[in-house]
Design a protein around this ligand. Structure first.
Ligand code: ADP
Length: 494
């Protein structure tokens, strides 16, 4: 019914963060300012009010926060929220409650040492992955907390509660300190996937006295309470509006894309490609590349990131001075599916899934240089073969693949996805899927039917489905084996 946004750089220039963060910190530190998030929350509600959005009719509100980012607050955070007055801003009233003035965010890569220490203390990488759903990762909150406790022990000491971006903002809405949801909580290297609660071993390996500084964990559909009077009095929100726990942007996107029930795999073809899917069981990636988060509507979800997405597709396009039409049906018709059972390892730069350092693509099995058309097909097929191989642990039969992101419009690319996965590919063009997913979650918590919400808000584009071609099925089954062998021979990967 209404949509408003705030651009951190343009709308809040006083914070000096053009893209919402301060880059260039020591050794890969990337921090943002939690006070900016408070000003943004005030501003977006003001804009909704000014635009005449029927805020007084909203029954429930939830939200999506960028995953992994953390906010450090002194004792008395809950009390400070309870005492907020509508005649002053959130940021002004909460200015003195932070025990750390900045918040490390998902782009921060500065905690390599802390990851190694946690891994060692918790019994190895496999053990960390088995417990938390991911190996220790630099941007994840646990390693970030450990670093803070080491470099600013006094500030860590006076920290009463550590929130994620999502639970921090949910707390502000609810006027009290609320729980971290299992979706976002799983992005911390601190939560045990099987019990959906804090893991004593991981807490012990991370920082002293950590349990007393964390809010409880709760399912994302939990109603945290009624909206704080600050928001009803200041912006005219319905005073009975229920605040549903927030979750992370990836878990919320899963819902917004209509993929919260197992069987659908979403592949987003952006600068990097990502693959995510709902999972019935809390399985983890035995190779340690993929992440498992809570599914906000129950169960779990996977998230696998492939760094060489459009990055690699554009490298081929530029190298041979091609156009996207050469990657589309007409261009691909100039070569045979499977390139005669030859593959190209599609990593033009370092890759994270699988974790390999690479300076260029590796054609495997070719006697001469591939033609430009063969390069296009080889890299695209390599990308989808790589995705299929590294999502083989999800434990869910894929029914359909939902393709989204810049390259998903391309029919040729969609056909290769359908052929490699052997499944129907549907095209999604849901805008703002994280915010939409948060709104859908709020509705579900109030009893709305998820199937009806998906049909209304997340339906795939009509008439754009692509079916796998049965005549190619055997070719691609064989090509999977060629690809696996090529990974083994070139990078010594199992
Ligand atoms: P991000 O959000 O990661 O920036 P997008 O999902 O917006 O990326 O995708 C943008 C990318 O999509 C462009 O950089 C380009 O590489 C790619 N792209 C756009 N059109 C096509 C096309 N027709 N075929 C293949 N790739 C395309």
């Amino acid at each position: 019914m209404a949509e408003e946004s705030v651009n951190f750089g343009k709308d809040l220039p006083q914070f000096g963060m053009e893209s919402g963060f301060l880059a260039g910190g020591a050794e890969g530190e990337v921090h943002s300012n939690p006070q900016m998030w408070l000003d943004a929350l005030d501003l977006v509600f003001q804009r909704l009010k000014d635009a005449g959005a029927p805020l007084d009719q909203i029954e429930a509100v939830s939200g999506s926060g960028q995953q992994h980012g953390s906010v450090y607050l002194k004792e008395g955070f809950g009390q400070a929220l309870a005492e907020l007055r509508p005649d002053a801003s959130l940021a002004d009233q909460l200015a003195s409650i932070f025990s750390r003035s900045s918040s490390p965010i998902w782009m921060d890569t500065s905690t390599g040492q802390q990851c190694a220490e946690i891994t060692q203390a918790a019994g190895g990488a496999e053990e960390v992955c088995r417990r938390s759903g991911s190996i220790a990762i630099e941007r994840f909150t646990g390693p970030q907390i450990r670093k803070f406790s080491q470099i600013e022990p006094a500030a860590y000491e006076v920290t009463g509660v550590i929130h994620l971006v999502s639970s921090f903002l949910a707390s502000v809405l609810a006027g009290k300190s609320v729980a971290i949801d299992t979706g976002d909580g799983a992005g911390m290297n601190l939560m045990n996937l099987a019990t959906a609660d804090w893991d004593e071993v991981l807490l012990g390996a991370t920082a002293p006295d950590l349990k007393s500084k964390l809010p409880p964990v709760a399912p994302a559909s939990t109603v945290a309470g009624t909206i704080s009077a600050y928001f009803s009095e200041k912006f005219g929100l319905n005073p009975d509006c229920q605040v549903v726990l927030w979750s992370g942007d990836n878990p919320c996107s899963l819902v917004g894309m209509g993929a919260s029930q197992p069987g659908k795999v979403v592949i987003s073809l952006g600068t990097s490609d990502t693959l995510f899917a709902a999972m019935a069981e809390p399985l983890t990636d035995p190779r340690g590349y993929g992440h498992v988060f809570g599914n906000p509507l129950g169960g779990n979800m996977s998230l696998i990131c492939f760094r060489n997405g459009s990055l690699a597709r554009e490298a081929v396009k530029d190298r041979f001075e091609l156009s996207w039409a050469d990657f589309d049906a007409e261009g691909l018709a100039r070569t045979e599916p499977g390139n005669g059972q030859k593959v190209i390892l599609p990593f033009v730069e370092d890759e994270i899934t699988p974790r390999v350092s690479s300076q260029d693509f590796v054609p495997v099995g070719w006697t001469g240089e591939p033609t430009p058309d063969e390069w296009v097909r080889g890299v695209l097929e390599g990308q989808f073969l790589n995705m299929k191989r590294h999502s083989d642990w999800l434990g869910v039969e894929t029914e359909e693949v939902l393709l989204t992101g810049g390259a998903s419009e391309n029919d040729g690319i969609a056909q290769i996805a359908a052929d490699v996965f052997g499944k129907k590919v549907r095209r999604l063009s849901v805008a703002g899927s994280a915010a939409l997913g948060a709104a859908m979650r709020a509705a579900v918590a109030m009893g709305a039917d998820i199937d009806k919400l998906e049909a209304a808000f997340s339906a795939p584009a009509e008439g754009r489905d692509v079916l796998p071609r049965s005549e190619n099925a055997e070719t691609y089954r064989d090509l999977e084996k060629v690809f696996a062998q090529a990974l083994k021979n070139s990078f010594n990967l199992a």
